[in-house]
Unconditional design. Structure first.
Length: 133
């Protein structure tokens, strides 16, 4: 199933359009790789989509278990490696403290969070550190 179309706009910039919603994401090469860094880079999107995926899986888990889920914020750090240039590590820090969950609920949510498809896809390829505050 086709999900998107991507066009090169010149000057190391692309536009990716989601076919169903018509939403568009612009990417730009990062400043450390010949770009202007004026938008997310493709590797930024990989790291950021991991955080988004974790939050989505938390929401799905909470809906299925009838757990109130009101708040989650994340800080995303991407660390690049060389030879070949690649994402070496992603550090994620989630703030779930405003949900007032007991320890058992918190543990079940964190276990579910670590089962997100993006994380599983990156497993063994990228070091991922999850922190839940």
């Amino acid at each position: 199933m086709l999900i998107s179309e991507v066009s090169y706009l010149g000057n190391l910039r692309t536009a990716a359009t989601h076919l169903k919603s018509k939403d568009t994401i612009i990417t730009d090469a990062p400043t450390d790789n010949n770009g202007k860094g004026q938008a997310f880079s493709p590797t930024d999107l990989v790291a950021t989509s991991l955080a988004s995926c974790v939050m989505t899986i938390i929401g799905i888990h909470c809906n299925a278990k009838n757990i109130q889920f009101d708040s989650c914020d994340a800080k995303v750090e991407k660390i690049m490696g060389a030879n070949p240039r690649r994402i070496k590590a992603i550090n994620l820090e989630f703030d779930i403290s405003k949900n007032n969950w007991d320890q058992e609920t918190r543990n079940s949510v964190i276990k579910a969070a670590k089962s997100c498809p993006v994380g599983i896809t990156l497993e063994g390829q990228v070091k991922v550190d999850y922190k839940f505050n």
